[in-house]
Design a binder for this molecule. Structure first.
Ligand SMILES: [Ca+2]
Length: 434
């Protein structure tokens, strides 16, 4: 029942975009009670809804990871999907994930999807474009494909920027060094024209093809939130930090992403820094598992205007970041632990001791005492071999889970700690507004 996690996040986001409660005595509020709101359930029995977009005519399109594109019109979920992709790979955290509409959707009806598919023994991601007319999709066009992916790290957030270019986040495909390889599409932000061609003003040259590269920024692990700040047009991303197998747990990031820059993975992560790499604006340990990120632009909640809202898979809450340009003014969690009580203040990031990802320790390090001895973190933590590194990682991940309040024996938690409380959807329903 782990997919209910995403369904609850869907409820929360809808609350922010469509509903507002008056009975503040029993409703969730932001800290200090400044913004009361209530959650309405608009659809049930969904399988991992991942992207939501609104058409100019008011219809709501959303993806389900098994490969379905669904629509809600006038508050009702249409029973039949608009589309069921035949070639989607739904292994673990893959599937149909990204969706966006062309900025001129009202005129050209172009809808873009990003999903994982199987290629040989591995996974890949492709982005396709359809023309949507009267709930019918046609004119399938491949925009880009053969993007490396893996069961965990596949990126897939799609959005058009203020420059009318299509931006795509990609994961490191479980191969961290690819994030630093400018000739690979893994662990990057890509920037394309609406038809999939590469803009001539992109920052990098792709050596194998001797042409301009789709790459806009690099050194990402798995960014899945993407939007531009109203007013400044700064690009913000949320990004998942290590899961334990590729570095200590936590280290989730919010970054301001700029042309041609290196965001560090896997050379630096958590609170580490490097003179030629960009440090995150915000870092979160324990993990929050940021699965989405968007700026609030609407008028129903004027207090949220210009806030960056992040859908957190862990604890199933929404992180609200109040910003003044590049400066973080405050943070809080909304809807944490379901609907009960007021939002709690977020513990602001603090410096932590961290250790290098396993990929940076050469395979021969077990016999290479010089390599181990040259690593300050390894010395401090008495790491003398890859085996002791792995044990430390395991213990660290366990501690992170305990700090996060998770129960390792909870049968409704999956391996990455995307804990699920199946009853939460019921609670949402019991408190629905109408
Ligand atoms: Ca980073």
């Amino acid at each position: 029942m782990w997919w209910r996690s995403a369904a609850t996040i869907l409820c929360g986001l809808l609350c922010i975009t469509t509903a507002c409660g008056q009975d503040a005595g029993t409703l969730p509020t932001t800290s200090g009670g400044a913004v009361p709101f209530r959650v309405e359930v608009v659809a049930t029995d969904l399988r991992v809804p991942w992207s939501i977009v609104f058409a100019p005519d008011g219809r709501m399109f959303f993806t389900e990871r098994p490969g379905r594109l669904r629509v809600i019109k006038n508050g009702r979920l249409r029973a039949e999907p608009l589309l069921t992709l035949p070639d989607v790979d739904t292994t673990l955290k893959l599937g149909l994930m990204g969706m966006t509409l062309h900025p001129q959707f009202a005129q050209n009806h172009w809808l873009y999807l990003a999903y994982a598919y199987r290629e040989g023994n591995g996974q890949r991601v492709r982005v396709v474009r359809y023309r949507e007319t009267n709930n019918n999709l046609s004119e399938r066009t491949i925009i880009i494909e053969n993007i490396p992916a893996a069961t965990n790290h596949a990126g897939c957030r799609l959005r058009f920027g203020p420059d009318a270019k299509l931006y795509i986040t990609t994961g490191d495909a479980d191969k961290p060094p690819l994030s630093q390889d400018l000739d690979s599409l893994a662990g990057k932000t890509l920037r394309l024209n609406e038809d999939g061609s590469v803009p001539e003003d992109n920052p990098f040259f792709h050596q194998p093809t001797r042409r301009v590269s789709p790459v806009w920024s690099y050194g990402h692990r798995n960014a899945q939130g993407l939007d531009w700040q109203p007013g400044t047009n700064l690009q913000f991303q949320s990004e998942h930090g290590p899961s334990g197998f590729d570095g200590p747990g936590g280290g989730d990031e919010i970054n301001i992403v700029e042309r041609g820059r290196n965001y560090g993975w896997p050379i630096v992560h958590h609170t580490q820094s490097h003179p030629r790499m960009q440090s995150p604006l915000l870092e979160y340990t324990p993990a929050i598992a940021p699965g989405s990120g968007m700026f609030y632009r609407r008028t129903l909640f004027p207090q949220f205007q210009g806030n960056f809202l992040v859908g957190c898979l862990r604890r199933q809450c929404i992180l609200r970041v109040v910003l003044d340009g590049r400066r973080v003014v405050s943070q809080e969690r909304l809807l944490e632990e379901g609907m009960e009580g007021s939002a709690k203040s977020w513990k602001l990031p603090t410096a932590r001791s961290t250790f290098p990802p396993r990929s940076l320790i050469p395979p021969t390090a077990q016999d290479d005492k010089t390599t181990i001895r040259s690593c300050g973190w390894c010395r401090r933590n008495k790491i003398t071999s890859l085996r002791s590194y792995d044990e430390h990682t395991r213990q660290g991940a366990k501690r992170e889970r305990e700090i996060a309040g998770e129960r390792p024996d909870n049968p409704s938690s999956d391996a990455d700690g995307h804990a699920v409380d199946a009853m939460r959807a019921v609670r949402c329903s019991g408190r629905s507004a109408r």
